[in-house]
Design a protein around this ligand. Structure first.
Ligand SMILES: C[S@@+](CC[C@H](N)C(=O)[O-])C[C@H]1O[C@@H](n2cnc3c(N)ncnc32)[C@H](O)[C@@H]1O
Length: 280
């Protein structure tokens, strides 16, 4: 329907009654997305039943891009733009970049949009997410694999990856039930569940990363403010020198590391991995 059409008060009221805080804005987006009044009614029914707006619309804005999202696929959050902001300057033309736990492929797609001459690989264990990433990443020249962390990658990428970015699940299992309903009910559990302390996927990812990184390569992992020091300690345990970067505006935290063994071509000396503190 016409993007200029104003939503009727009934449409806004239906959304408001269902608990949509930004009812006017949502009404406008749904109106724009619907080709006919019948379709608008269908979209409204989906939205008022609780489906996240982005999954109803089929897209989300991320780093200025319109990223396709499919039902069940994790909706990229604004906070993950910090991961992109920190990774983008490191993604030089020709470099090999890996978006692990890619979900919709939003991070990889944003990096490709910033520097189309990178070789971008993206991996997700969930075939629904990987199919969604195909739409967002392949069209921009990236390649998507389905499988557990590094396992589906071509072995000859070993030791050649310049940059690994990951927003892996980091919610502690017991905290999932306290998440907003939209996430709990409409995003795949595997997209959220980071195990007992939330850091189990991060541990496996950081432990395997050195095998794939090129000399001087970087690993960037999104985490929460509360878990940041634990994530940093996981990096240290696996031989990385790592720092924590935060954005108050985005309410976002990223840990950035370089591996000590992979720096040793330039700098001699043994790695001094730190101890990981007990989870809180
Ligand atoms: C929090 S979501 C993040 C998605 C995307 N990176 C983003 O920021 O929008 C985590 C993603 O990790 C995927 N995932 C979970 N465990 C995985 C594993 N062992 N290997 C690969 N992907 C995994 C989930 O399917 C989900 O798509």
């Amino acid at each position: 329907m016409s993007p200029r059409a104003e939503p009727s008060p009934e449409v806004v009221e239906r959304l408001r009654a269902a608990g949509c805080v930004f009812a006017e804005d949502e009404a406008r987006l749904l109106l724009e997305a619907a080709a006919t009044p019948a379709e608008l009614d269908l979209l409204l029914t989906r939205r008022t039943s609780g489906l996240p707006l982005e999954q109803v619309l089929g897209w989300v804005e991320f780093c200025g891009l319109r990223i396709t999202v499919r039902p069940g696929v994790f909706v990229p959050r604004r906070r993950t733009e910090l991961l992109v902001r920190r990774a983008a300057p490191l993604a030089a033309p020709g470099s090999v970049v890996l978006d692990l736990c890619c979900g919709s492929g939003a991070v990889g797609a944003a990096l490709l949009a910033g520097e189309p001459a990178i070789r971008l690989y993206a991996v997700d264990v969930d075939p629904v997410a990987a199919a969604c990433a195909e739409e967002n990443v392949s069209a921009r020249g990236g390649t998507v694999f389905t499988g557990d962390l590094f396992t589906p990658l071509p072995p000859d990428l070993g030791g050649k990856v310049d940059l690994i970015v990951a927003n892996a699940p980091y919610v502690p299992t017991d905290s999932i039930e306290r998440m907003p309903r939209e996430a709990r009910l409409y995003e795949a559990r595997i997209a959220l569940d980071g195990g007992g302390d939330g850091l189990e996927v991060q541990r496996r990812l950081v432990s395997d990363a050195p095998e794939w990184l090129a000399p001087g390569g970087r690993l960037l992992v999104e985490t929460s403010a509360a878990q940041a020091e634990h994530t940093q300690a996981i990096f240290a345990r696996h031989g990385f020198t790592a720092r924590i970067v935060r954005s108050r505006t985005l309410d976002a935290t990223v840990v950035i590391g370089t591996h000590e063994r992979l720096q040793r071509t330039a700098r001699a000396g043994p790695a001094t991995p730190g101890a990981e503190p007990a989870p809180r």
